[in-house]
Ligand binder design. Structure first.
Ligand SMILES: [Zn+2]
Length: 148
C-alpha cells in the first residue's frame, strides 16, 4: 500500500463506517456459527449496510460484505469508495487469529467486480487494504472498464 492510499481514508470515515458495520452486525442471522458480521460500504450515494445471513444448508449462507454490496447495487450505486467489516463476535485478535476478521475469498472476488477501487478496513486490523491487495490475481471475464 502506498502513502497515497492511506490518505484516501480519513480517520473519521473509517470510524463512522466501522460503527455502521457494527450496527449492521446486530441484524445478522447467525444461529449456527454465532459469528455475527456486519459490513458497510461508503458510496457516492451514502452508506449501505449488510449482515451475514446463514442457512441450515450451510453453503447457502451469504456474507455481510456481499449483502452490503447487493444493497448498494440495488440503489444504483456505481462507485464503492470504502468497505468496513466488523466481526462483533470475533475474539480479541492475536497473532494466531489475525485472519479471523478478514473477508473470505468469495467476497474478495465480489470486491474485484463491484468495488475494484475500494479501500477495505476491518475491526481486527489497523491496516487499510485495497481490493488488489486482497486478491491480486482475480478471475475476470471482461474488462473492468466495461459497464454492465
Ligand atoms: Zn465472505
Amino acid at each position: 500500500m502506498s502513502d497515497s492510499d492511506i490518505q484516501t481514508v480519513s480517520t473519521e470515515d473509517a470510524a463512522q463506517l466501522l460503527a455502521a458495520a457494527e450496527s449492521a452486525a446486530n441484524q445478522a442471522y447467525a444461529p449456527y456459527s454465532k459469528f455475527r458480521v456486519g459490513a458497510a460500504v461508503l458510496t457516492e450515494k451514502g452508506v449501505f449496510t449488510g449482515a451475514n445471513i446463514e442457512n441450515a444448508s450451510s453453503n447457502l449462507g451469504i456474507c455481510a460484505e456481499r449483502v452490503a454490496l447487493s444493497h448498494a447495487r440495488m440503489h444504483q450505486v456505481t462507485k464503492i469508495i470504502g468497505i468496513a467489516v466488523n466481526c462483533i463476535d470475533a475474539p480479541e485478535v492475536t497473532d494466531l487469529q489475525s485472519g479471523i476478521t478478514m473477508p473470505c475469498g468469495g467476497c474478495r472476488q465480489w470486491f474485484v467486480e463491484l468495488a475494484p477501487e475500494a479501500w477495505i478496513i476491518t475491526n481486527g486490523s489497523q491496516e487499510v487494504f485495497r481490493t488488489q491487495d486482497l486478491l491480486p490475481k482475480p478471475f475476470v471475464l471482461k474488462n473492468s472498464n466495461d459497464t454492465p
